[in-house]
Design a protein around this ligand. Structure first.
Ligand code: DON
Length: 587
């Protein structure tokens, strides 16, 4: 047993291994930036209407402390992959509703020479999964089982993904990238107002998981704004990852604790599932839009395919002349969304299990065919057939990184719903995902809510569930232009689409492009969602007259994006104003 250190960071630094690591970190600046990871107790800088400008590197994430950790890595000579990994681990500590080591996600990387790749670290179904696993004893589909039990936990991918990205493309010492997260978990950080509200809900809901209540409350009283949140069990697990890389998670103590919790609570994941998990490097989806190059995530995400399909359709219209969020503009957006989401339901799933006609779906010819029956004056109708319309909460998280050499990294990762299934693995201190909810409900199953029963995206042993996450990079004339992404379930694809349209068709700066109100249509339900204050009442009336059912409420996504100033090469960071805890940090 380790004794309880007064300052974990100072304690770590006193260990011979860590002292040696710090002493031999090649870039001397790395040493001086390590302590900054534990000095992140400052006040949130108010967000400005201007993007944050920096000449060399930039990190934008949903929590400014995590951005600061990434910035420190860049300033110490790390590349964009290094900074993304450090930011991702830090988010697992300071943004626990979505930042994670118990979930999964995707990383898109563009190198300074224009080549690009992706790392798929999406969760997988455990070996004991089966297509009809969501049926209860009476043979009826149960959303409760699919989304809210330990059977909904997919085999996590984040640690394997970061490990793979680092082995292939990282440049800094691995321990240096995990260390700030270890320190943040052990020393703690002050809870923000937004987090305090969120913990309040979580602690009330998760009484069935005492480990979760213990982690986010003091004796059952949720942490308040300004209280220090310390997560010593999480620090211990991150320390194992720091020392043993992926083996610190998929083998040994952590694997044992996960398997033990599964057994206790009726989950399916075993140590064999964890041992088997591999992240995959995949070729990105590539498309073009009005001379811009789009690089995005392939299946098992539907994001890249959906985004390129929609952009291809929209190339047929002069959107800029319509005006932003006018009735004609929203109409064309909704119509291309409707069609791309119909394709999604029909074709998209894990390519390791299903043939997905990616090339055809993202072709200009296909877009032309889809566009052919869009009526300029009237909404089309979505025919209810076999598509899922499940609940989507706004709890995934996206971060963007650009380094001094122009290497760009776009990462979206998730626990699926906020705090995943809500279970902190006892003794290991991290939350488990409920990503199995992204599989279809079951063979042939349909109900009045439109649950999908088609085969491609059914739960099968080791299959990855279909995602909408759309980490994306945009280039122009061979040069990096923007790094884009957002959380938001199926709305993600449409959020990323609109940030790109705002830049390309409406010439907004990156902060305006991120903050501008957004819309969403996903084929079924046949409803047009517009953010609160997203357009005028008169426009809503026009859209209703065209045949739309319009719903105006809430916010859509949290896009944390970067654009390169074409004139100066400066990195312009924009943290989405929808989230007060976010931050763009550059140097
Ligand atoms: O992978 C997906 O598409 C979903 N599990 C993402 C969930 C999500 O974005 C929730 N809300 N932000």
């Amino acid at each position: 047993m380790m004794h309880k250190p007064r300052s974990w960071s100072r304690y770590l630094a006193s260990l011979p291994f860590v002292a040696a690591l710090l002493a031999f970190t090649p870039a001397p600046a790395a040493i001086s930036t390590v302590p900054s990871a534990v000095g992140l107790a400052g006040v949130v800088r108010p967000q400005s209407d201007e993007p944050v400008r920096a000449p060399s590197g930039m990190v934008v994430s949903e929590n400014w402390r995590a951005s600061e950790v990434g910035r420190g890595v860049l300033a110490a000579g790390g590349n964009a992959v290094d900074a993304a990994i450090a930011t991702g681990f830090a988010l697992a500590v300071v943004h626990p509703s979505a930042g994670n080591i118990g979930g999964g996600g995707f990383m898109v990387i563009r190198f300074p020479d224009g080549n690009a790749t992706t790392i798929d670290f999406r969760e997988k179904a455990p070996l004991a999964a089966s297509p009809d696993m969501w049926l209860d004893e009476s043979g009826k589909y149960s959303a409760q089982i699919q989304h809210h039990t330990l059977e909904s936990v997919g085999v996590p991918g984040t640690v394997a993904g970061f490990d793979k990205a680092h082995r292939l493309y990282g440049s800094m010492n691995w321990s240096r990238l995990v260390y700030p997260a270890v320190a943040l978990a052990q020393d703690g950080f002050p809870v923000s107002e937004r987090q305090a509200r969120s913990f309040q809900g979580l602690v009330g809901r998760m009484t069935e998981y005492p480990s979760t209540v213990a982690q986010f409350s003091r004796d059952g009283q949720p942490y308040q704004e300004g209280d220090t949140l310390r997560q010593p069990d999480l620090a211990k697990t991150l320390n194992l990852i720091m020392l043993n890389r992926r083996d610190g998670f998929y083998r040994g103590e952590t694997a044992r604790l996960i398997a033990q919790e599964m057994k206790r609570g009726g989950g399916l994941i075993t140590e064999a599932d964890l041992e088997l998990y591999r992240a995959e490097e995949r070729r990105p989806i590539r498309g073009t839009y009005r001379g811009y190059e789009i690089i995005s995530m392939p299946p098992p995400s539907s994001g890249g395919v959906g985004l390129v399909t929609m952009l291809n359709m929209l190339e047929g219209y002069d959107l800029g002349s319509m005006g932003h969020n006018t009735a004609p503009y929203i109409h064309y957006l909704a119509e291309v969304m409707r069609r791309a989401f119909r394709d999604r339901a029909e074709y998209l799933a894990d390519v390791d299990f299903v043939d997905v006609p990616v090339h055809w779906l993202t072709s200009k010819d296909h877009a032309e065919q889809l566009r052919a029956d869009i009526d300029p004056k009237h909404a089309s109708k979505s025919s209810p057939s076999d598509v899922a319309v499940g609940h989507e909460s706004p709890q995934t998280t996206h971060f963007s990184v650009v380094d001094a050499n122009g290497m760009a990294v776009s990462v979206t990762y998730t626990l699926e719903q906020g705090y995943g299934v809500g279970d902190v693995v006892p003794g290991a201190g991290f939350l488990l995902n409920n990503e199995m909810g992204d599989f279809n409900a079951g063979p042939g199953i349909t109900d009045e809510n439109g649950l999908i029963g088609t085969s491609p995206n059914l739960a099968r042993p080791e299959q990855r569930m279909l995602s909408s996450m759309t980490p994306t990079i945009v280039a122009k004339d061979g040069r990096l232009f923007a790094v884009v992404g957002s959380p938001g379930g199926r709305t993600i694809i449409n959020t990323v689409l609109q940030v790109i349209l705002n830049l390309v068709d409406f010439h907004m700066d990156i902060q305006q492009a991120v903050d501008a109100p957004r819309i969403h249509h996903q084929w079924l339900p046949d409803r047009l969602n517009i953010e609160e204050n997203g357009t005028s009442e008169a426009t809503v009336k026009e859209l209703e007259a065209m045949g739309y059912t319009v719903s105006m409420r809430g916010t859509q996504g949290v896009a944390n994006c970067i654009m390169i100033d074409p004139a100066t090469g400066d990195r312009l960071g924009a943290a989405d104003h929808r989230n007060p805890d976010g931050g763009a940090r550059g140097y």
